[in-house]
Design a protein around this ligand. Structure first.
Ligand SMILES: Cc1cc2nc3c(=O)[nH]c(=O)nc-3n(C[C@H](O)[C@H](O)[C@H](O)COP(=O)(O)O)c2cc1C
Length: 258
């Protein structure tokens, strides 16, 4: 009997050790004006993940210029805002989708506080962000530098002005990165950059319009077919600007890389 019990216990242990365990996923985000929150909620719904909003104890004024001034001071002084304690324990999760607005080309200051006060070591981090013109790439680099003991996976970013395109883009992003089931049609690579034609320069100008932060003229371009239209990758003045020209729609820029 004793022998039988021992064998049964060993069998149960062996069986439980090797069952595939789904990773535990948390969506953790800061959003000042609600745009990043929209992405966070979409992620939470699609992943069936837990979600928590990061709260600043002394919230930023809703006024844009006041936020610019306060956050600039905080970044320069390194005195970051206090956060309300998290309700969740990030140690309980395998993958953390970490969301923020881009401020001054990197993650918003409350995230700097979070990284100073929370242990993300050994975790997989998937950044997601919203921005006026761009900053996913630079935020990912900053996170990788700051969190040497975590794995920073490729993230998702969207311009606040294109938030209506987010659900479809996010769906593709989650399928292509294997977080949800579904087929992922790979996009063709961009071919080599070539000098822009007059027609392409007009597409660039129409997409960038009078956006105040981009004072550039396109010099070279590469384009590829995407579902519903053409995606352009323009360069000029040290910038890379991605533009989407969908059929029967005005061209828009999707992100600027500085
Ligand atoms: C202080 C501050 C700095 C910002 N800096 C940038 C920036 O460097 N690049 C950019 O593309 N957008 C920048 N933005 C725009 C925000 O990233 C954008 O409005 C974002 O979608 C806001 O997200 P939220 O509604 O979740 O707070 C900045 C906004 C603020 C308030």
């Amino acid at each position: 009997m004793k022998k039988f019990l021992l064998m049964a216990t060993a069998f149960i242990l062996a069986a439980s050790c090797c069952q595939h365990k789904a990773p535990k996923v948390l969506v953790l985000y800061y959003s000042q004006t609600g745009v990043t929150q929209t992405v966070a909620e979409e992620l939470q719904a699609r992943l069936g993940a837990d979600i928590e909003a990061i709260q600043v104890v002394n919230p930023y004024d809703g006024d844009f210029m006041a936020t610019i001034e306060r956050s600039r001071e905080e970044m320069e002084s390194g005195v970051y805002p206090d956060l309300a304690p998290l309700q969740v324990n990030v140690r309980d999760y395998d993958v953390i989708f970490l969301g923020f607005p881009v401020w001054f080309g990197t993650y918003a200051v409350p995230i700097a506080t979070l990284l100073n006060t929370t242990d993300f070591s050994g975790k997989k981090i998937v950044p997601f962000c919203t921005f006026g013109s761009g900053g996913l790439d630079s935020s990912e680099r900053a996170l990788a530098e700051r969190l040497g003991d975590s794995e920073i996976l490729p993230g998702y970013g969207v311009r606040a002005a294109r938030i209506e395109a987010m659900p479809a883009e996010l769906d593709r992003f989650l399928k292509c990165s294997g977080f949800i089931e579904g087929t992922c049609e790979p996009l063709p690579e961009f071919p080599e950059q070539k000098p822009v034609t007059e027609e392409e320069a007009a597409i660039f100008d129409a997409a960038v319009g009078d956006y105040p932060m981009i004072h550039a003229q396109a010099e070279t371009v590469a384009s590829r077919q995407v579902s519903g239209g053409v995606e352009y990758c323009f360069t000029g003045y040290g910038l890379t600007v991605y533009v989407l020209a969908e059929e029967e729609k005005a061209p828009v820029f999707t992100q600027v890389i500085r």
